[in-house]
Design a protein around this ligand. Structure first.
Ligand SMILES: [Zn+2]
Length: 121
């Protein structure tokens, strides 16, 4: 793997990915601990609602972090393919300042904004 084309962002992406995975593992571990504690001592109705809310929150967090990990994986794949740094929509080079702030970015700011406007329309 060491002979692969590298960019300054490869290490940054891999570090981000590792820290997101650690966060996910920690969140899931914490929920399992609480679920086990509740399993040992059955709770009245209202704690069911609380557990459901916690579960929904965990899913929401999971979803965001899972999406970030997927974006990072896609960026690492683009590095491996030699396409990294070009907008996947229009092919323009993504400015270094943008990649520095968000190395997993797959679109230039114009295409990203267009996409977000379309989503919220
Ligand atoms: Zn673009």
């Amino acid at each position: 793997m060491h002979h692969h084309l590298t960019t300054p962002y490869r290490d940054q992406l891999q570090a981000q990915r590792a820290s997101l995975l650690a966060q996910l593992t920690q969140q899931r571990g914490g929920l399992v601990d609480r679920a086990e504690a509740q399993g040992r001592a059955p709770q009245p109705e209202e704690s069911h609602a609380q557990t459901a809310t916690e579960r929904e929150l965990a899913f929401a967090l999971d979803e965001r972090e899972t999406a970030e990990i997927a974006a990072i994986d896609a960026a690492l794949q683009r590095i491996a393919d030699g396409h990294y740094g070009a907008c996947t929509e229009c092919g323009t080079d993504i400015p270094a300042a943008r990649l520095h702030a968000a190395p997993e970015a797959e679109r230039c700011i114009h295409c990203q904004e267009a996409l977000e406007h379309a989503r919220h329309a």
